[in-house]
Ligand binder design. Structure first.
Ligand SMILES: [Zn+2]
Length: 271
């Protein structure tokens, strides 16, 4: 992609006062009145993973006062790459494309736009967001800028961590996959965002960027063939305005990974 996105992201971040150029010390986040919204679900035993995966496992290690007198705590965790709030790397559905560690930072730190598709998803839990909805958003809020991170708010985030309501089924195992019902991005809209708008990344408040009933994962393929990563299981998208914020989405840098747990935040300007 071009250098334009990182310039745009820098402009947003600078405008938010995150970086105070010319000052001997960077201004602390929040000093300029900006707010940071955590779009990440915490990882615990209730965290939602795909029905075919076991969940997040925290193996508790030592916790307590050591013989030397100081307090010490250290645990281990075990988890699938894809579950909870996480990033899908392009190689997840596109052979030869980027692994997690190879994704350009310009795709992970960038201006954000929030597309609210809740009404359509409330009417149809299998809704696939189409180009017409994105065009309608643009008619109201302006063209989606090249290099932007596009976040889709389906409203399903509010069901977290209720598996039955969030996924459409609380069952587990391979047989549960056909019973998944949640909205997602349509294949043509995915291609349009990647090709016609050259977005940096796409995020959603459901378990997958494709609708739950998808069997060919066409939105995944359309995005990932074009090197556009996806963020899934996002939290608190209802706290975001349509435009005017920055997104910082930093996954664990797993070398060769097809996905990774993600800490993602939005930075909003002063009210
Ligand atoms: Zn994934």
């Amino acid at each position: 992609m071009t250098r334009t996105p990182i310039h745009a992201a820098s402009a947003v971040v600078l405008a938010l006062g995150v970086v105070a150029l010319g000052c001997p010390r960077a201004a602390p986040l929040g000093a300029g009145g900006e707010t940071v919204v955590d779009l990440t679900h915490a990882f615990d035993a209730a965290t939602i993973y795909w029905p075919t995966e076991t969940g997040f496992e925290l193996e508790r290690g030592f916790e307590g006062r050591t013989g030397a007198g100081y307090y010490y705590a250290a645990h281990r965790f075990r988890a699938a790459e894809h579950g909870g709030t996480h990033l899908d790397a392009p190689i997840h559905f596109a052979e030869g494309r980027s692994t997690v560690d190879a994704i350009a930072l310009e795709r992970l730190v960038a201006p954000g736009v929030l597309v609210d598709v809740e009404d359509a998803c409330a009417r149809d839990p299998d809704h696939a967001v189409g180009v017409a909805e994105l065009a309608a958003w643009e008619a109201e809020h302006g063209r989606i800028p090249e290099g932007a991170i596009v976040l889709l708010r389906t409203g399903f985030g509010r069901h977290w961590p209720d598996r039955a309501r969030y996924l459409g089924t609380a069952e587990r195992g391979a047989g549960a996959v056909a019973k998944l019902h949640f909205p997602g991005l349509g294949a043509e809209a995915a291609r349009w965002l990647a090709e016609e708008r050259r977005v940096a990344a796409v995020g959603i408040d459901t378990a997958s960027i494709d609708p739950g009933q998808s069997v060919r994962f066409e939105a995944h393929v359309a995005l990932f063939e074009r090197e556009v990563p996806a963020f899934e299981n996002l939290a608190r998208l209802d706290a975001l305005p349509p435009t005017g914020f920055a997104v910082v989405a930093l996954p664990m840098k797993i070398r060769g990974g097809s996905g990774a747990p993600l800490r993602i935040v939005a930075i909003l300007p002063p009210p």
